[in-house]
Design a protein around this ligand. Structure first.
Ligand code: NAP
Length: 349
């Protein structure tokens, strides 16, 4: 049960990402010294939002170069840190050509690479790893086997593989490897955060964020003709950021933590956004399942994904995150409307 010195720098891997940018903002507002790793600190355009975040806050920010696939590249940035927040990992589900190279290697080797450096840097006392509910559950149909259709931190996703849902598979492998490495030593401890689908305003405006792109597609009319009957556990990006900081700073924090405010269908998400933005071209009916078998593959939905997810609801038990970290979840309607507003305002719509 380590106590983290708030005056020591905090290492934040993948600092420019959608979730990490909110972590950086909250740490800086808390007056912390943040060492954020990015792949290219010289890329002014990509890092501009991060540099802007530090302005006017009591904290300070330094950027370091590090790549998940380059052994030892996080070590310099880590030296002197007691807390490591490891968020960096590729998150995309479309356009995957080589899942081993694009997803599994950076997620798994990257986590081992970061933790090898943690083993080598004596100052580190705690690591918070951003895993996912994707490491807890595979397809929604698996909820049928669960009491009250509910997944808990005891569950592991055992159905995903390189060929079936490779992104979740990358998260399972990375989290399992992290637990193995944590249990093989006693100097630092591991706390894991398992967010559901993260939504809410983006600080970076980057076009490669899967979360941000989902809401852009919703309010941009991509599902105007009908949305698949899919269900999403949803959590606000600002709550996810706070959970990482609490997981890092709460001495007694331990184990895995599902973060989820509620589970909504595609149609319920659309209805919540429509209540504030009635003229947005949101879906107002379900896409028939038979149609999805025809058009799904063009949108990256395999037939087995359609079979095992369309029409299957599930729940995620968030009680441990509330009792162990003291998380209070924002209502999902607020998350969705804040996110939609930010996109509609920035697009001038
Ligand atoms: P994101 O905006 O796409 O950020 C991903 C981050 O990973 C970026 O900072 C990116 O760095 C970094 N990264 C990717 N490949 C890298 C490599 N080879 N070397 C170094 N850095 C690399 O995604 P996000 O939504 O914030 O996700 C952050 C974490 O949360 C991931 O671990 C993801 O699996 C997890 N998660 C996300 C969600 C969600 O719904 N968003 C839900 C559950 C879990 P660059 O800035 O250099 O591109």
């Amino acid at each position: 049960m380590p106590t983290i010195d708030t005056k020591k720098p905090v290492l934040l891997t993948g600092g420019g990402g959608y979730i990490a940018s909110w972590i950086a903002k909250q740490l800086l507002e808390d007056g912390r010294h943040v060492r954020a790793t990015v792949r290219n600190p010289q890329d002014r355009k990509k890092n501009a939002h991060l540099m802007a975040l530090a302005e006017g806050t009591p904290g300070n920010l330094e950027l370091y170069a590090a790549d998940l696939t380059v052994e030892g590249s996080f070590q310099t940035a880590m030296d002197g840190c007691e807390l490591v927040l490891h968020t960096a990992s590729p998150f995309f589900i479309d356009g995957i050509k080589d899942p081993q190279k694009q997803l599994v290697e950076p997620a798994l080797q990257g986590t081992r690479n970061v933790l090898n450096s943690v083993n080598a840097v004596a100052s580190v006392k705690r690591v918070v790893l951003t895993s996912s509910v994707a490491a807890i559950m595979g397809d929604a149909i698996e909820a049928r086997q669960k009491a009250d259709q509910t997944f808990t931190e005891q569950d592991w996703n055992t159905s995903s593989s390189l060929s079936n849902n490779p992104y979740p598979y990358s998260k399972v492998l990375a989290e399992r490897a992290a637990w193995e490495m944590a249990q093989a030593q006693s100097r630092w401890d591991l706390v894991v955060i398992n967010p559901a689908f993260v939504l809410g305003p983006s600080l970076s405006g980057r076009s490669d964020s899967t979360s941000d792109n989902f809401m852009r597609s919703m309010v941009g009319g991509q599902y105007r003709t009908g949305a698949p009957d899919l269900y999403f556990g949803i959590v606000d990006v600002r709550d996810v950021a706070r959970a990482h900081i609490l997981a890092g700073m709460t001495s007694e924090a331990k184990g895995r933590h599902i973060l989820c405010a509620d589970t909504l269908s595609f149609a319920q998400i659309a209805d919540a956004v429509r209540s504030e933005f009635p003229s947005a071209p949101l879906p107002n009916r379900k896409a028939p399942k038979f149609l999805l078998y025809f058009i799904g593959p063009f949108f990256g939905l395999s037939w087995s994904y359609i079979n095992n997810n369309i029409g299957h609801s599930y729940r995620l038990d968030n009680s441990y995150s509330k009792s162990n970290l003291g998380i209070r979840y924002r209502p999902v309607s607020e998350t969705l409307c804040d996110h939609a507003r930010e996109i509609l305002n920035s697009s001038g719509a």
